[in-house]
Design a binder for this molecule. Sequence first.
Ligand SMILES: NC(=O)c1ccc[n+]([C@@H]2O[C@H](COP(=O)([O-])OP(=O)(O)OC[C@H]3O[C@@H](n4cnc5c(N)ncnc54)[C@H](O)[C@@H]3O)[C@@H](O)[C@H]2O)c1
Length: 416
Amino acid sequence: MKDNILKDRSLAAEGERKINWVRKNMPLLRILEKDFEENLPFKGIKVVVSVHLEAKTAALALLFAAGGAEVSVTGSNPFSTKDDIVAALDKRGLHVFAVHGVPEDEYRRHLNAALDLGPNIVIDDGGDLVNLLHEERKELLPGVYGACEETTTGVLRNRARQQEGKLEFPVVAVNDAWCKYLFDNRYGTGQSTLDAVMRTTNLLVTGKDVVVIGFGWVGKGIAARMKGLGAHVTVIEVNPVKALEAVMEGYSVMPMDEAARKGDIFITATGNKNVITADHFEVMKDGAVACNAGHFPVEMDLDGLKKRAVHTEELRENVFGFLFPDGKWVNILGMGNIVNIACADGHPAEIMDMSFALQALSAKYLLENHTVLDKTVKKVPDDIDMDVARLKLQSMGVVIDTLTDAQRRYLESFRR
Ligand SMILES: NC(=O)c1ccc[n+]([C@@H]2O[C@H](COP(=O)([O-])OP(=O)(O)OC[C@H]3O[C@@H](n4cnc5c(N)ncnc54)[C@H](O)[C@@H]3O)[C@@H](O)[C@H]2O)c1
């Protein structure tokens, strides 16, 4: 392997402190770690991890290492990479290639350096590693048992590749597990996006008009948390069922052309491109704030915004102000990058505990079954999903009922 690529080794102590804090709050990963250390399921296996590279991701990478794997790590977006965490992983002896804020070509160089490991298992977030393996690193394909995909956008990309008949290994859609999207996409993004908007702007949310674009799992979580803090929430949707759901939840629903004039804070959560256009920015109020919680920084037309602005300035860390000819400012958080990670610390540790337990168990499932799995996008097996929920409840001290034999027989009598 090449030498590790990182910004500053002296940041390792701070990174280690952050990793220790999240590990204290990730009980499922600790249970899995004990098991992996005893049984070494990944002994002799090479695992590459490309997920937003912050403290919780480091805990996942260290879990694979505890299970005997040789691990290489990179970030899935240079703007979410935390240099202190990279330094801590470097000190722990993992192969790590990531620097915060690097341009696209260098980011791709880091992905490639991580892939040089020749992985058997790929942990991906957004589909860039899987894409690279299929497009540019085909020589590594024979060694790959499969991949686990963390997010909605990556699952969509992998399904598109499967439909073209070009998927060369099985991919487990970790995003689509109940214990992922119901908690991570909804509550994790809800809380951490609110955190990002508040800590980046230090402005009031209460009483503001907040426009949430996209009412999928991410949008639902953001809308609920913004409402909880006293904002008036407007939802923008293209899917009539989701729009109706938003109406019944008590939100205003209207077209973006209308909401653009009304909102104080705009948050995109669609996984789609240009849902806020340059024309929308043009009619926004002075001081409007816009940010993106979707995976890729494509949801706002920032090129169009740059062309219309006469001046751009970083007004506060991660608050990029764009001045219009009429004297109005529009503020973009984190330059359109995934705001809860680029401008805050990402999901709470207890949420990533579940998402990453699913990742680790799905990786083990791939390892044990890769010879019989076909090259398609797969569900996380239900028993893994249920085990994660069961263990999480146990770690929270919550006990639930079980069906009696008579109840089970009664319910099963309908399934003929
Ligand atoms: N920030 C995070 O930490 C985080 C966490 C999980 C997922 N994500 C990402 O967030 C994005 C959304 O994920 P999700 O799980 O909510 O997906 P989803 O498919 O459940 O929801 C997306 C919604 O956007 C709507 N939409 C699409 N185009 C639109 C348009 N032009 N205008 C209005 N609405 C539109 C769709 O109808 C859908 O309801 C994805 O890119 C995903 O990868 C981010």
